[in-house]
Design a protein around this ligand. Structure first.
Ligand code: GLU
Length: 403
């Protein structure tokens, strides 16, 4: 299979040029870690915690932290989605084996998460990197206002070159309102952060065409270029091979990620330095996306959101937006409609011609109060240091929608 050049992440221009200069026959069939600019790495509980000994696999974690630090030192943005709060709490509290009641798993998570955060903080600090803990609930990724909020926190941490360490907030998650598995959570985090790669470190080294334990002829699939019904069928077949968060949730994660423009890979985390192994060409399954995260996100904004209001902007702002800038409060002349922070709004020029659509960073009332003001005045008027932009350029699609 050949990967069309347009499918490659935007990050490495030199590499793209180099690839473009090669004859099509020599184009590689699988991407490489070094092509990616923002990487989310998901670590499962069983990799991190030795259930029998009730202890954290510290040496393994330190080796992983060294891999993460290396990607970070190369200038990439790195995010971690780490499971383990319940398993760790369980072992600290010496709870008996067997299923936990809801309040028991919530309590175990409360004890375990604090220890988990400490561990990550320690192993990353050894490389001079700050870890920032983010605990999310299902609503944080599914509700637009909260989604924007979580996304800005992640963006700020990355700007500070910290590594966000993310988990579900299991202390408040109930069965009805939880992800339950960190595979899908990681996929949502990756799309929320506009990551171009999601790595699921697993207890298996990839997707097989048959259950590898039961069938000695089972073959690992190195590249999946679209999550077809056939691929989903293979995941079902491999299910018995795996513990919790099995292949089915991984394939669901692949669907979420690849639809949103994020490539994904499944690799074994059972070895020391698992990311280095991938970088060295080790076994894994790649799930390729035809899109890139920003385009996919913009398509979502342009296509699937019902606008709740309108911002009329001045001619200077129209030119700035068409040149790729964010919309600042200063450029807004009039605010119409009732909208909340994170809602989609239509942006119109002074002649009310539609310029684009975007997710607005202020609710209608505050947008109206700060319109026409500089960003620093806006902060003073609102009495808080809010966002400098009315609509950030990543949340803005210029030229979308009917004219
Ligand atoms: N959020 C859960 C925990 O930290 C784990 C979910 C999973 O293993 O996928 O314990």
């Amino acid at each position: 299979m050949q990967v069309p050049l347009t499918n490659w992440p935007q990050g490495n221009i030199e590499l793209r040029r180099h690839l473009a200069s090669l004859s099509p026959i020599t184009v590689m069939t699988r991407p490489e870690l070094k092509n990616f600019r923002r990487i989310v790495v998901k670590v499962g509980s069983s990799l991190l915690i030795d259930a029998a000994a009730g202890a954290v696999k510290e040496a393994w974690l330190e080796a992983l932290a060294a891999d993460l630090a290396r990607l970070h030192a190369e200038g990439r943005d790195v995010l971690v989605v780490s499971s383990g709060s319940i398993a760790l709490g369980r072992s600290k509290l010496k709870l008996p084996r067997g299923p936990l009641k809801l309040e028991e798993s919530q309590g175990a998570a409360a004890v375990g998460q604090i220890a988990l955060a400490r561990l990550w903080s320690k192993v990353l600090a050894a490389h001079g990197i700050d870890a920032g803990q983010i605990l999310v609930t299902l609503q944080d990724t599914e509700e637009r206002r909260r989604y924007l909020n979580a996304r800005s926190t992640i963006a700020k941490l990355l700007e500070w070159r910290a590594i966000p360490v993310i988990n579900e907030n299991d202390t408040v998650a109930t069965n009805e309102i939880r992800y339950g598995d960190n595979d899908r959570l990681a996929a949502r985090v990756a799309t929320m952060a506009s990551a171009d790669l999601l790595v699921l470190l697993s207890d298996i080294d990839g997707l097989y065409d048959a259950p590898p334990g039961a069938n000695p002829n089972a073959k690992l699939i190195p590249v999946v270029d679209s999550v077809s019904a056939e691929i989903e069928g293979m995941a079902g077949a491999a299910e018995s091979e795996l513990s919790r968060g099995g292949m089915t949730t991984k394939i669901e994660a692949a669907k979420i990620a690849t639809t949103a423009g994020t490539h994904m890979l499944i690799a074994s985390g059972k070895i020391a330095h698992p990311l280095q192994a991938i970088a060295d060409g080790g076994r894994c399954t790649w799930f390729l996306t035809p899109a890139n995260p920003v385009t996919a996100r913009k398509r979502w904004i342009a296509g699937s959101l019902e606008p709740k209001g309108t911002l009329i902007i001045d001619a200077g702002a129209v030119t700035a937006l068409r040149g790729g800038a964010s919309l600042l409060p200063a450029g807004v002349i009039r605010v119409e409609g009732h909208f909340a922070r994170g809602d989609a709004v239509v942006v119109r020029g002074p002649d009310t011609h539609e310029i684009g659509r975007g997710l607005v960073a202020y609710d209608a009332e505050n947008a109206d109060r700060i319109k026409g003001h500089s960003s620093s005045d806006a902060a003073r008027i609102l009495g808080v240091d809010g966002r400098a932009e009315m609509i950030h350029r990543d949340d803005l699609v210029v030229g979308a929608g009917p004219a």
